[in-house]
Design a protein around this ligand. Structure first.
Ligand code: NAD
Length: 361
């Protein structure tokens, strides 16, 4: 199935992290702090997960010295500065981020500045916990850095923690994970291992989301979704992303759109466009979705699980379509298919209105 991947040479450096995956694994957090040689962990969360953060501080006991619960989407630098003041004042020696990509981002930003180790306990499917990538915002500008030191040291995957994730966030966050996987399948620097992980990750999420939608407390569904998130996040950390991620970063940054939802809307459109250039890479996705093409199959899948379909429903202004297209073609990422501004405008216009995706001439 992956013979096309073997048509070229490849290089692979796996990102080292200790992965602990089990129901109830959060109860091993103190053991993980000790495994890092640390004694004074600062627990991080968003304001919405302050209760979880405080419960974690209590359960970790003497190895946790408090919590900081102002993590914010897109890792604003002023929040990182504030968190670091708390870290230093409390004489902390490591962080434990409990939450989604926003909280993980804060943990990475702090570790990058302090050189201290970090544990992440993910509660969404964004995948940031297994990447050496950090996006930060300052003066309304988002910049991304990639550095091996950003990779968290220990990741505790406890499916029980995602039971409380709302259905809508579960669906869109799962599709955010799928976005990493499908772009990894056609990445310029893909390799047989990244393609295996990407396809297995996508398969797990495709199975999990309908299961969780029909049975929100499905233990197997939650376990599969988190397993898929781990694999999809891992490939995001291994290979380069393309047009889809560029479009989401542009749209999210320009119009402050919600991260996971933007990925869910844009993905079928970016995929339908790229599929023309890389049909072999994406045919396993079409097969998994029981569809002729990956783009059409994914659009049907997003509809069937009730994901948002239109950028206009996420708060994007129609007047922004042309300027977003203009911005997206600047400093663009490598992509398997060449594109021009007119095509990108058409893709965004389709995504804005929630139309079916087109391959485009
Ligand atoms: P998020 O972390 O912003 O979480 C969304 C909301 O859901 C928050 O209010 C959070 O507190 C809440 N929440 C999370 N888990 C919950 C749970 N189990 N129960 C109840 N509420 C819960 O959203 P996200 O989509 O996970 O992360 C988005 C951020 O992650 C963006 O800033 C994005 O740029 C970043 N990201 C980075 C990478 C990377 O590799 N650097 C990868 C993916 C995403």
């Amino acid at each position: 199935m992956f013979s096309h991947v073997l048509q070229s040479e490849f290089e692979l450096t796996l990102n080292p992290a200790r992965i602990v995956f089990a129901e109830g694994a959060i109860t091993r957090t103190q053991e993980m702090v000790e495994a890092l040689g640390c004694k004074r962990a600062l627990v991080l969360s968003t304001p919405g997960q302050i209760d979880q953060a405080q419960a974690l501080v209590a359960s970790v006991g003497a190895s946790a010295i408090g919590s900081y619960s102002n993590a914010t989407m897109h890792t604003p630098v002023d929040v990182t500065t504030d968190a670091l003041e708390n870290f230093e004042r409390l004489e902390a020696d490591c962080t434990i981020a409990i939450g989604g990509g926003s909280t993980t981002g804060l943990g990475k930003a702090m570790s990058h500045r302090t050189g201290r180790p970090q544990i992440v306990i993910p509660t969404t499917y964004a995948g940031s916990e297994v990447t050496p990538i950090l996006g930060q915002t300052e003066n309304n500008m988002k910049t991304t850095i990639r550095d091996a030191d950003l990779q968290p040291d220990i990741v505790i995957y406890d499916p029980e923690l995602s039971y409380g994730l709302s259905e809508s966030m579960t669906i869109t966050s799962g599709l955010n994970a799928v976005a990493h996987a499908v772009e990894a399948l056609y990445a310029k620097d893909r390799n047989p291992v990244s393609s295996l992980m990407a396809l297995e990750g996508a398969r797990a999420i495709f199975e999990a989301l309908p299961d969780i939608k029909s049975k929100p407390d499905s233990t197997l569904g939650r376990r599969k979704a988190l397993y898929g998130a781990w694999l999809c996040g891992s490939v995001l950390g291994l290979v380069g992303m393309a047009l889809h991620h560029k479009l989401c970063h542009t749209l999210g940054g320009m119009f402050d759109l919600p991260h996971a939802q933007t990925h869910a809307v844009v993905l079928p459109h970016a995929l339908a466009f790229n599929e023309v250039a890389v049909p072999d890479s994406l045919s396993p996705i079409a097969t998994l979705l029981n569809s002729q093409t990956a783009g059409a199959g994914l659009f049907e899948f997003t509809q069937s699980v009730g994901a948002p379909l239109a950028l206009k429903d996420l708060g994007m202004p129609q007047s922004g379509i042309a300027s977003a297209a203009q911005s997206a073609v600047q400093n663009s990422y490598w992509n398997p298919r060449d594109f021009n501004q007119e095509q990108i405008e058409r893709i965004i216009d389709n995504a804005y209105h929630g139309r079916s995706p087109e391959a485009l001439a």
